[in-house]
Design a protein around this ligand. Structure first.
Ligand code: ATP
Ligand code: MG
Length: 147
């Protein structure tokens, strides 16, 4: 069963001068285990689509199901909770919290999910090991390299 299903997604931006269609009639499914790349020239709507898929933004028309939940029908607050629990976003510019260490950056969303402290720290260790960064758990993003 699809973990992401989009039907007839449309996103238009209206300005005084014109209406820009960033997405028109987008249909697709992503299944568990899929590795999917969204590819296209600058301005073709990649960021717009990713923002909608992750629930950050809403389409002008169409439906989006995440894990069978019709997220386009939910309020901003509910979409934020679903994003917290189900989606991991890695931004090109990282968007790490600079005053937190690598381990604390990983721990932060678990804290928001109110996961028990012992379980949190096990999960943080596991994730750091998975990506080969266990030795950098206490490092900040930049400072330790500079000083
Ligand atoms: N807030 C906005 N207001 C008006 N038009 C917008 C807005 N955001 C995006 N657009 C327009 O929507 C279209 C798609 O933009 P989008 O940023 O999704 O493209 P992209 O594929 O991510 O481009 P890039 O490869 O440069 O990152 C573009 O024509 C862009 O100018
Ligand atoms: Mg973009």
């Amino acid at each position: 069963m699809a973990i992401i299903k989009a039907t007839a997604l449309e996103k238009c931006y209206r300005t005084e001068a014109e209406t820009v269609y960033a997405l028109r009639n987008v249909d697709f499914e992503i299944n568990p285990g899929d590795f999917t790349i969204i590819n296209g020239p600058s301005g073709s709507g990649k960021t717009t689509l990713l923002n909608i898929l992750s629930g950050i933004d809403q389409p002008s028309k169409g439906q989006l199901y995440l894990d069978n939940l019709p997220i386009t029908e939910f309020t901003d607050n509910v979409r934020t909770e679903i994003r917290r629990d189900k989606i991991g976003l890695i931004f090109q510019s990282f968007e790490l919290i600079p005053v937190l260490t690598a381990a604390e950056n990983i721990e932060y969303p678990l804290l928001l999910q109110k996961i028990h402290p012992a379980k949190r720290s096990d999960r943080v260790k596991e994730i750091l090991e998975q990506v080969g960064l266990a030795q950098y758990a206490k490092r900040f993003r930049l400072y330790q390299r500079l000083f």
